[in-house]
Design a binder for this molecule. Structure first.
Ligand SMILES: Nc1nc2c(ncn2[C@@H]2O[C@H](COP(=O)(O)OP(=O)(O)OP(=O)(O)O)[C@@H](O)[C@H]2O)c(=O)[nH]1
Ligand SMILES: [Mg+2]
Length: 402
């Protein structure tokens, strides 16, 4: 299993590792590693090789077994690999032991995600939130060995707080955490006031897995210049815009994307950003229907929404990127018999529409934000959902047709 991505001159190199066990099939491990490679790429690292190992449970000392570790060590040495990234969280002692053997940077999925967030955060609030999460991640790992290695190696996973603080003791990190908490409390108070000042307007939040097209939809509907790109976590700060559809105004919020195994430190630190979702009247759950594992992503988003107590809200389910779906083949001539292959094609858009539109209670729309397909239907769905809520806030308001 080798994955190669476009190379830049001084790009750091990475090797990825995942386990296969009773709760994680080889197919899932493959899927997670593909995503981990995308995370590494977003961070600026080139994946040279991926390794998997069947193990009932992670080795308490080195996460992977002895033989596999030897195999990876030989690869790392031969290719002068900069870092080994594990798909699951490692304990501080596992990191130490692995560093001793592999003699390169050891990262786990959480650290990689934290690193991307720290590169992306723009507002003072997002910056402080990420910094707090990084310090909390760091605190239990603050050991002499880690300090020693981190001082030698810069780059991915070693930036942000810690580079100098690592040399000092835990108390300084704890003080930093307390300070950041205070700073965040202050910002939080300001944003609560801001949110109150927004008046009674209906509030809609775009939610979904990372890279599904939330910001692209935001840009389309609010005609604003929200940042979108084909990388994970393009958005980590939430943006609010006023949108008017058929004379009904509402507030639309673009939010941070979700991902599986989202570091718990981040969820906790992003509380106020997630409040935008919790306090929304309506959720617009965006799904990248062209993604091989979109159903898993949909479930992960639903689980995360429940975890942050934002499940059970009126929702518009938007299946985006339909332009990337295989189309139903046009029959060449009338007598053409359906082959197995064309049957398979039927599991495309048509089948999906049938399944989801009949099954879900929520409003479901299939669009392409990029190619502007079905956008009228999207506006209509927004309009009816917003109107319902608007009606409860302003009872004298007369219902309109779209
Ligand atoms: N082909 C195609 N690409 C799309 C569509 N919608 C968005 N994209 C692309 O998908 C990528 C991600 O879009 P974003 O709008 O940044 O996605 P996001 O959900 O905001 O992502 P995060 O902020 O990272 O969570 C970008 O490269 C978009 O151009 C679509 O309908 N079709
Ligand atoms: Mg975005």
């Amino acid at each position: 299993m080798t994955k190669t991505f476009s190379t830049a001159a001084a790009q750091e190199t990475a090797v990825l590792v995942a386990l296969i066990h009773k709760d994680q099939s080889s197919l899932q491990a493959k899927e997670y590693l593909e995503e981990l490679a995308f995370l590494a790429e977003t961070s600026g690292a080139k994946t040279l090789q991926t390794f998997t190992q069947k193990l009932e449970k992670p080795d308490i000392r080195t996460f992977i077994g002895k033989g596999k570790l030897e195999e990876i060590t030989a690869f790392v040495k031969h290719h002068k690999v900069d870092m080994v990234i594990f798909d699951d969280d490692l304990s501080p002692s596992q990191v130490r032991n692995l560093e001793n053997t592999l003699k390169c940077k050891i990262l786990d999925r959480s650290l990689l995600i934290l690193n991307i967030f720290s590169l992306r955060a723009k507002t003072a609030q997002a910056k402080a939130q990420v910094e707090l999460a990084q310090y909390q991640y760091l605190l239990p790992r603050l050991t002499k060995m880690w300090t020693h290695l981190s001082k030698q190696k810069g780059g991915i996973g070693m930036k942000g707080p810690g580079e100098t603080e690592l040399e000092t003791d835990r108390r300084i990190v704890r003080d930093k955490i307390a300070l950041l908490r205070k700073k965040l409390d202050k910002i939080e108070k300001q944003s609560i006031t801001q949110r109150k000042n927004r008046g009674k307007m209906v509030r809609v939040a775009l939610v979904g897995y990372t890279n599904v097209g939330k910001s692209t939809i935001m840009r389309l509907l609010s005609k604003s210049n929200v940042f979108a790109e084909n990388k994970l976590f393009a958005t980590v700060d939430s943006t609010v815009r006023k949108v008017v559809i058929n004379e009904i105004p509402f507030l639309l919020t673009d939010t941070v994307g979700f991902i599986r195994k989202l570091p718990h430190q981040l969820v906790e630190c992003f509380k106020s950003t997630l409040d935008e979702i919790r306090e929304a009247d309506i959720l617009v759950h965006v799904v990248d229907v062209s993604h091989e594992y979109f159903q898993d992503q949909l479930e992960i988003v639903n689980e995360t929404l429940s975890e942050i107590k934002a499940g059970n809200k009126p929702t518009v389910l938007v299946f985006n990127k339909i332009d990337l779906m295989p189309q139903k083949p046009e029959p060449q001539n009338e007598d053409e018999i359906e082959t197995e292959e064309s049957e398979e094609h039927l599991l495309t858009l048509e089948k999906l529409k049938e399944t989801y539109m009949s099954k879900q209670d929520d409003t479901t729309v299939f669009i392409s934000a990029e190619k502007k397909q079905n956008i009228d239907e999207l506006r209509e769905a927004f309009f009816y959902k917003v109107q319902e809520k608007h009606f409860t806030i302003f009872p004298n308001y007369l219902k309109k047709a779209y």
